[in-house]
Design a protein around this ligand. Structure first.
Ligand SMILES: Cc1ncc(COP(=O)(O)O)c(C=O)c1O
Length: 401
């Protein structure tokens, strides 16, 4: 006789999945697909032989750090290197301001653990990075969208009563937009005046293709204290600057925030890989990241130009877009309001091209007018063909509308 079987359940927040996720999973199976959906670096930019030398050295000369459990906060030498790299006139950073994380994604997860009460309010730049929305989803937060580029945007009103604010000032994911220096200053003043933590998520801060880098909000909030104690929680990562597989990220914040994040990290992964931290430390110490940067910028600048030229040829009259001055993405908005970009994704996959629809960057899933197109992964001929296929798919989706 078979015993009756009751399936064990899962947490309730997992029930809330969407079609788009299912479509992305299916996309991996499509042969000859041109993938312009992810935020992926080109593997050609990875300095493989330098990294293999640093990896060998880490294991043979620093096995105590590379192979043992390490401190939760991260290796002292790497924390010091990051404190030195981001210190600036008026901004004194010490080791106590730095936590090493397992990628920038873990920093977002830990911030959710230490700052979001169930159902709490987050003031987030809109549209918002999908990974952040995913990381915070188990807490079922409510969102106050911040449209930073709107003429009447008021950062103090936006941050008031929120558990924290979340901004990607350098070439936002998904829009590729840059937050201007006056808006950065206004954000810092608003965070200070309202007593609100403000997360500055900065994976694209080294990827400026035109013009000089703008000051970080972290730097603008420095007050000459011996140890930084302001409201900015700055997130960095090696993923776009060196290689994402190391999963090395960092948080720079006031010491009490770092201590809170350390408590959360202890219950998460105990410590970030010592081997990867040691490689990162030596990559900074030997100037590897600075050495490869000009080549990376040259490659990505030319791909940005190639994609925008291909879009002019194929997508003019279907979408509007701005040319991003850095980062990895072009954000394109349909000229015809009848176009539903979730439907477009289905057509795009049928035409063997993949982009990301705007619904996934909206906590409510309601924005269906835009798409995010990545330009860093594919060579110019692929970008050209991808834009051509996307135009065909758009016409097909509009035909079906
Ligand atoms: C805005 C933003 N934040 C954080 C991350 C996380 O990056 P990682 O976990 O690879 O450091 C990404 C990755 O694409 C991103 O675009």
């Amino acid at each position: 006789m078979t015993r009756p079987l009751r399936r064990p359940g899962l947490a309730r927040w997992l029930a809330d999945s969407n079609d788009v996720t299912q479509m992305f999973l299916a996309a991996g199976q499509i042969p000859d697909l041109i993938n312009m959906a992810g935020g992926l670096p080109d593997p050609e930019t990875w300095p493989v032989s330098d990294l293999s030398r640093l990896a060998t050295r880490a294991i043979t000369e620093h096995s105590g750090e590379a192979l043992a459990y390490g401190p939760i906060e991260g290796l002292a030498g790497l924390r010091d290197a990051i404190a030195a790299r981001f210190s600036a006139p008026g901004l004194c950073l010490g080791r106590e301001n730095v936590l090493i994380t397992t990628g920038g994604m873990q920093a977002l997860d830990l911030i959710g653990k230490v700052l979001i009460d169930q159902g709490g309010l987050i003031a987030a730049q809109s549209p918002a990075y999908l990974g952040a929305l995913d990381a915070w989803k188990p807490r079922s937060p409510t969102y106050r969208p911040m449209r930073v580029e709107a003429a009447d945007f008021d950062p103090a009103a936006a941050l008031r009563d929120a558990q924290f604010g979340y901004v990607v000032p350098n070439f936002s994911n998904p829009t590729g937009r840059l937050v201007g220096v006056e808006d950065r200053r206004a954000f810092v003043a608003a965070a200070e005046a309202t007593g609100t933590w403000l997360v500055e998520d900065d994976p694209y801060g080294t990827l400026y293709y035109d013009g000089a880098p703008l000051p970080r909000m972290l730097t603008l909030s420095g007050r000459d204290e011996p140890v930084y104690d302001g409201p900015i929680i700055y997130l960095g990562t090696l993923s776009k600057e060196l290689a994402p597989g190391f999963r090395i990220g960092w948080v720079i914040a006031a010491p009490d925030m770092i201590r809170a994040l350390v408590s959360a990290k202890q219950g998460s992964d105990m410590c970030t890989s010592g081997l990867c931290q040691r490689i990162a430390q030596d990559a900074f110490a030997t100037g590897l990241t600075e050495r490869i940067l000009p080549q990376v910028l040259g490659l990505y600048r030319s791909r940005r130009d190639a994609l925008c030229a291909a879009m002019n040829r194929h997508l003019d009259g279907l979408f509007s877009w701005e040319i991003p001055t850095g980062g990895m993405f072009v954000w394109a908005t349909a000229l015809n309001p009848a176009l539903d970009t979730d439907v477009l994704l289905r057509e795009a996959l049928a035409h063997k091209v993949c982009v990301t629809p705007s619904s996934v960057f909206d906590p409510e899933g309601r924005d269906r007018r835009s798409i995010r197109i990545n330009f860093t992964l594919n060579a110019p001929d692929k970008l050209e063909e991808g834009a051509r296929r996307l135009a065909q798919a758009t016409r097909a989706a509009l035909g079906a509308a």
